[in-house]
Design a protein around this ligand. Structure first.
Ligand code: PBG
Length: 324
């Protein structure tokens, strides 16, 4: 048989495959999300996220040191607000002595070079578990944006490198950018959750922070998963308003969106491999139905190949170890 081209030549052995690999994961691709709790020596394993913990600040610092030693350069902080601090204004979220603000300071103090990103959204602070202030059963946009601005400023004041609004209110990126400028936080970046879909894959995260919506769902602010063009509109508007990095979330059911966003923008694109995506792999591996290590690397590589420059993932530490 005569063939002019034999594509298998470039797949013949590991050496040649590594020579022609188009997508290579590296530790600095990853953003490690961290769940933080009050107290000391707390390490609570999240039931729907086996192997993932919510820790008090002391344990979080040990974890951040380990992540840094592995070559991971950024973390994304989420806090579990105490029940008695929750209300319908979110005011605990801009308390200068709040858990988030104390955590930012302690981490920047311990590992100054780690890029500290912070979640900006009201849901952990909301009695209703929503990302917006609720009036007459509705999640109201503009008062929520005012709260998000105060929250962002307090994170910046505590030393956050990048604030990451995950709420999907209209106009919040512009409002936050303007406030950062006015208050001379000219080094604080914004990573916008630009195309964040109303997804069932956030379930385990809401267990981790006890932040499930008390009524209704998030469909009046998070995007409809039927939509693609809208993702580009949202993302371009966020960039126009001042976003430094944009995000698509979740990741694996939205690889098409990641690619389209990547092709449409000139800023770094991140993707959030969310809690439900973590839980699925863990569950299948526990049943013996999937090889966890292989699944992790295949999933994360596919997200990078789709166009993500950065990947927020609960597998960050595992992946770096697997990469060797
Ligand atoms: C809250 C927020 C959520 C996630 C990140 N920030 C949950 C939600 O929108 O309900 C989900 C992350 C994950 O599932 O891993 N604004």
């Amino acid at each position: 048989m005569y063939l002019q081209r034999r594509n298998r030549i470039l797949r013949n052995n590991p050496s040649i495959r590594s020579l022609v690999a188009e997508t290579i994961l590296r530790p600095s691709d990853f953003i490690a999300p961290l769940f933080i709790d009050e107290g000391e020596n707390v390490a609570f394993e999240i039931p729907s996220m086996p192997g993932y913990y919510r820790r008090s600040i002391d344990g979080t610092i040990q974890e951040v040191k380990e992540l840094w030693s592995l070559g991971i350069k950024s973390i994304l902080l989420f806090v579990k607000a105490a029940d008695d601090t929750k209300d319908n204004t979110g005011k605990e979220s801009w308390n200068p002595d709040g858990l988030m603000q104390r955590a930012i300071k302690a981490i920047k103090n311990a590992v100054p070079e780690m890029i500290v990103m912070t979640d900006v959204a009201l849901d952990p602070y909301s009695v209703y578990g929503h990302d917006g202030i609720v009036e007459n059963g509705e999640k109201v946009n503009d008062p929520t944006v005012e709260a998000l601005v105060k929250m962002s400023l307090s994170h910046a004041a505590a030393g956050a490198d990048i604030v990451a609004p995950s709420d999907m209110m209209d106009g919040r990126i512009g409002a936050i950018r303007e406030a950062l400028e006015q208050n001379n936080f000219t080094k604080t970046g914004i990573m916008a959750y630009s195309a964040k879909y109303a997804s069932c894959f956030y379930g385990p995260f809401r267990d981790a922070l006890d932040s499930a919506p008390g009524f209704g769902d998030k469909k009046t602010y998070q995007m409809d998963y039927a939509n693609r063009i809208e993702a580009i509109k949202e993302t371009l508007m966020d960039i126009e308003e001042g976003a430094d990095i944009v995000m698509v979330k979740p990741a694996m059911t939205y690889l098409d969106i990641i690619r389209e966003v990547k092709n449409a923008v000139d800023v770094p694109v991140s993707a959030y491999h969310v809690s439900g995506e973590y839980a699925m792999i863990k569950a299948a591996a526990k049943m013996g139905w999937l090889n966890e290590d292989k699944a992790v690397l295949e999933c994360l590589t596919s997200i990078k190949r789709a166009g993500a420059d950065l990947i927020a993932t609960y597998f960050a530490k595992d992946a770096v170890k697997l990469l060797g």
